[in-house]
Design a binder for this molecule. Structure first.
Ligand SMILES: *[C@@H]1O[C@H](CO)[C@@H](O)[C@H](O)[C@H]1NC(C)=O
Length: 418
């Protein structure tokens, strides 16, 4: 990679702002052009890593009240789910915690402010990467909520990495025929990095099954990571911009060529600062069942973190293990599939059907059954304090961070575990 030019210019921009243009060339791949607008209004904050040296999960309020258990009933969930410890800043999970926030579950914005210190990284899902002509553009500036970001800045020091969703095939880009990508205004907000979600699109478009395309795609990620590292955060000029790359779990218990594996992890390790691993959606309406069985999470981590060559230390500290704060309400027989539910949906199902909750030891999840008015049988899988705390223990045992999809869908008392 060759950085052809880096310069500051104030041309054509409102007087109080400076514009940084970074132009990068990479033979055979896309040209990336970043237009970064640095606002002097954003003060420089020094980020402190807030890892407590030792934390004891059982100190948390929900443990102390005896709520983290297999044998729970719906009354207890209804009565307790909104009660949390008065101290919302005390951390119980001492590795990084990345929280996704989406505009369509706006409760997440409140949660991010309320439990600010529990999160090390906040990722609002605001931007789409789309093709335009032979280039790529970033859409979603209208989603970006400046007021919310500055409130976060005042009350905490979590990094903000907006998520960029790779929307289209973007074939030109990966085939090297693109003129460029314009990532407009990324720094205008004082972001500290980005999260790129492209893997699911690449899988859907068959890119991962074509070795040449797959390789180009991963080269693109390296190029993007190095480009970001060559820039510093507007808040702290000693801090490089960071790249978190979203990856999917292998599809079977044996790693296939197209799956993301230990070799990929190693080859991207200089360019990518974190990997957000989507360890959920194990089941689907066609195949109802638990969302993130614990054994599957364990085997996924074992496949991806399998030591490669003679590297003694694994890259586990770069993994953000995915934890779902949504659930599923599947139709079992006599109707159409069903799908994802939020915490609010879950509470109304509990109120309406007063179900008997069951603990599934094999998957490490709670579930219940109900029949709706037309006598159609449903199975509901939604995270519980026990299922989440077991996933946290799994992540902790590897030294992994976690990533939560997404905080607007959870119940308040889940955050006591973090
Ligand atoms: C809340 O927890 C934080 C972090 O552990 C601690 O520094 C602070 O003193 C606590 N606040 C109160 C009011 O106990």
């Amino acid at each position: 990679m060759e950085i052809t030019s880096v310069w500051f210019t104030t041309k054509g921009i409102t007087d109080s702002k400076a514009k940084l243009v970074l132009h990068i060339n990479y033979t055979n791949l896309c040209t990336i052009i970043f237009f970064f607008i640095v606002s002097p209004a954003i003060s420089v904050l020094v980020y402190r890593i807030k890892y407590a040296p030792t934390t004891n999960p059982t100190d948390s309020y929900v443990f102390q009240r005896g709520l983290v258990k297999a044998n729970v009933d719906f009354q207890e969930i209804l009565a307790e789910n909104s009660k949390v410890s008065e101290n919302t800043s005390h951390r119980h999970y001492n590795y990084p915690v990345l929280a996704y926030i989406t505009p369509w579950n706006s409760k997440g914005y409140e949660i991010a402010k309320r439990f600010n210190s529990k999160f090390t990284h906040l990722s609002p899902v605001w931007y789409d990467l789309k093709s335009q002509g032979t280039g790529l553009i970033l859409e979603g500036n209208n989603n970006a909520d400046v007021g919310w970001i500055s409130e976060l800045r005042r009350s905490g020091d979590a990094w903000v990495y907006p998520e960029l969703f790779w929307k289209h095939f973007l074939q030109n880009c990966l085939r090297g025929r693109s003129k460029g990508i314009k990532l407009l205004n990324l720094l205008d907000m004082g972001y500290d990095g980005i999260v790129l979600e492209a893997w699911s699109r690449w899988a859907a478009y068959g890119i991962l099954h074509d070795p040449e395309m797959r390789n180009s795609a991963l080269q693109f990620i390296k190029q993007l990571g190095h480009a970001l590292h060559s820039l510093s955060s507007a808040r702290n000029d000693e801090q490089q911009l960071q790249l978190v790359f979203v990856i999917g779990p292998p599809h079977s218990d044996k790693l296939q060529k197209h799956d993301f594996g230990p070799e990929d992890l190693q080859s991207l390790s200089n360019a990518v600062d974190g990997f957000s691993l989507m360890t959920y959606d194990f089941s689907s309406p066609q195949n109802p069942g638990p969302n993130a069985p614990l054994k599957w999470i364990h085997s996924t981590l074992r496949l991806i973190l399998r030591p490669t060559g003679n590297s003694a230390q694994g890259p586990a500290h770069k993994i953000f293990l995915g934890i779902n704060f949504y659930g599923n309400d599947f139709v079992l027989a006599g109707g159409l599939g069903g799908g994802a539910i939020t915490g609010r949906d879950y509470l109304s199902l509990l109120e309406k059907h007063r179900p008997l909750l069951q603990w599934e030891k094999n998957s490490g999840e709670h579930l219940f059954f109900y029949s709706n008015d037309d006598n159609i049988k449903h199975a509901v899988f939604y995270p519980s304090l026990l299922s989440i705390s077991m996933q946290l223990e799994e992540a902790r045992s590897w030294g992994c961070g976690i990533s939560i999809w997404e905080i607007g869908q959870g119940l308040d008392y889940f955050f006591d575990l973090l």
